[in-house]
Design a binder for this molecule. Structure first.
Ligand SMILES: Cc1cc2nc3c(=O)[nH]c(=O)nc-3n(C[C@H](O)[C@H](O)[C@H](O)COP(=O)(O)OP(=O)(O)OC[C@H]3O[C@@H](n4cnc5c(N)ncnc54)[C@H](O)[C@@H]3O)c2cc1C
Length: 464
């Protein structure tokens, strides 16, 4: 293996934006991803080869060129309040500038879709109605690429980057090499060592547990963040249309009264599909959603996530989320689906009850069951209170036929201690994106890659 100026682990948006920045500055960059090239990323459920998740390692939905972004809904959230905590690191004005820059780059590579922003009078009315139910509705600017177009944009990224960087797909990075508090390079699963004075870890949520291991091996300081656990809600379009035609995605935050937990809507997918996501590191099947811009369904789905802070000395939020997901998998072999009416009546959903329901599930592989066997009372209570409040701005959602899929868990609850340039306490070691607990979405993940790359360049391209 050659020596590089900069090594990037993970070809998701954080890794790609860092690579582009560094290569354009003349640096010799190598990107490693354990998943496949973009054109070979095919989920066997999507191709019709299998009915249920067969636990591919690595999962084509979240691994490979483009990262989780390739199969994502392609919603570029252009409002700094959403998609991550980068504002805390770089400040509001710099984040606004980075978001604008990231958006321009996505448009340059083909994300030429319209930006959604609600009309002011309509937004004010929804905000007012929401407030009456204790909801804080926050209008966001969103450019929606759609899953199919997002893949094309990432293919265009590849065409550009393969000319200026060394790209290694299907190659898993095992660990980071460091000596005397300075990074030396990486060790691959096959035993090969690759050297560089700077390494960026951008392994995404899928690589969150790998990141935990790396942090423990290197003795890096970590903070625990609240863990986000919840369900994906699916309703017929007519229940959500009024809102989604204006907002595309309705971001609502709610302090659930019984437990005083923060609950929020997340990743709304109008005319979308509910999908499974396989975490190959932990062997868990969890639920997610996306929309295709050119292939629409009759349903809208979104997540309701409960954020809970834990009491000391607990320090394993990702482990806790994994344990809840494991319970759902244990009961159903995959994710569970339940009608809201069945959940409230204290009975499981069966295939017959789902069949008789008024909402046709878009995730046919989900197993009808009972979410109350998997989700703690606290989370279920928070979710039911949130649905009741949402009914004020989305009439009909609190009806018996609404489908709930579970569980949805976001593995971004561990945050490495990083400086303003996203460098860890080991010199030359950077971390960015969702896996480092810095971000929660495509735009801020991309921006975090730029922050790390620029810090390296500002230090004279040596990372020290
Ligand atoms: C179905 C779905 C829909 C989504 N929809 C949206 C949306 O509409 N809008 C939005 O903003 N966000 C969305 N997201 C979230 C978004 O995709 C992520 O926030 C974003 O991709 C995070 O970027 P990242 O660069 O941090 O990591 P990722 O994009 O997760 O990329 C990490 C990469 O690292 C690789 N990797 C991990 N460990 C290793 C290792 N040890 N060695 C080598 N490679 C490794 C993985 O294979 C992966 O390709 C969605 C996610 C999913 C799964």
């Amino acid at each position: 293996m050659e020596r590089y100026d900069f090594i990037i682990v993970g070809a998701g948006p954080a890794g790609l934006f860092a690579a582009l920045e560094l290569a354009q500055a003349g640096k010799k960059v190598a990107i490693f991803d354990k998943g496949s090239p973009i054109e070979e990323r095919k989920c066997p459920i999507k191709t019709g080869a299998v009915k249920n998740c067969v636990h591919c390692r690595p999962c084509a939905i979240v691994c490979g060129w483009g990262g989780a972004g390739a199969y994502s809904d392609g919603k570029l959230t252009l409002t700094p309040e959403f998609g991550g905590n980068l504002e805390r690191t770089v400040g509001r004005q710099r984040l606004l500038d980075l978001i604008a820059e990231v958006d321009r780059t996505f448009v340059h590579f083909g994300a030429d879709s319209p930006v959604f922003e609600p009309e002011a009078g309509y937004a004010a009315d929804v905000i007012k109605r929401g407030r009456s139910a204790g909801l804080q509705v926050i209008p966001a600017r969103i450019r929606h690429m759609g899953t199919d177009r997002a893949k094309r944009v990432l293919a265009n990224f590849y065409s550009r980057l393969k000319e200026v960087c060394a790209v290694f797909t299907g190659v898993e990075v095992k660990s980071v090499l460091a000596e005397h508090n300075e990074v030396q390079g990486i060790l691959l699963e096959d035993g090969t060592r690759v050297f560089a004075p700077a390494v960026l870890l951008a392994p995404g949520r899928e690589g969150a547990t790998w990141m935990e291991r790396v942090a423990a091996d290197l003795g890096l300081a970590v903070d625990s963040l609240p863990v986000d656990i919840g369900v994906r809600v699916e309703v017929p379009d007519e229940i959500a249309n009024d809102l989604t035609e204006q907002f595309y995605e309705v971001k609502a935050v709610f302090d659930a009264p019984t437990f005083d937990d923060r609950v929020r809507t997340f990743c709304m997918c109008p005319h979308g599909e509910v999908v499974t996501e396989y975490q190959s590191d932990s062997g868990l099947v969890i639920v997610n959603g996306h929309s295709n811009r050119d292939r629409k369904t009759q349903n809208t789905n979104f997540a309701i996530l409960v954020s809970t802070e834990f009491t000391q000395p607990f320090r394993d939020p990702n482990g806790y989320g994994g344990a809840i997901a494991r319970l759902a998998n244990m009961l159903g072999g995959t994710v569970l689906v339940q009608r809201l009416g069945d959940l409230k009546a204290g009975r499981r959903s069966t295939a017959g009850r789902i069949e008789r329901g008024l909402v046709r599930p878009t995730l046919l592989q989900a197993e009808p069951g009972d979410l109350s066997f998997a989700l703690p009372y606290r989370h279920l209570t928070d979710i039911l209170e949130m649905i009741r409040a949402l009914n004020v701005i989305m009439p009909g959602i609190d009806g018996p036929h609404t489908l709930l899929y579970g569980v949805e868990v976001k593995f971004y609850s561990l945050r490495l201690a990083l400086d303003k340039g996203l460098q860890a306490s080991i010199r030359g070691l950077y971390a960015a994106g969702d896996g480092a607990g810095v971000t929660r979405g495509l735009v801020q993940a991309s921006a975090s890659g730029l922050v790390a790359a620029r810090d390296f360049l500002d230090r004279g391209g040596e990372g020290r």
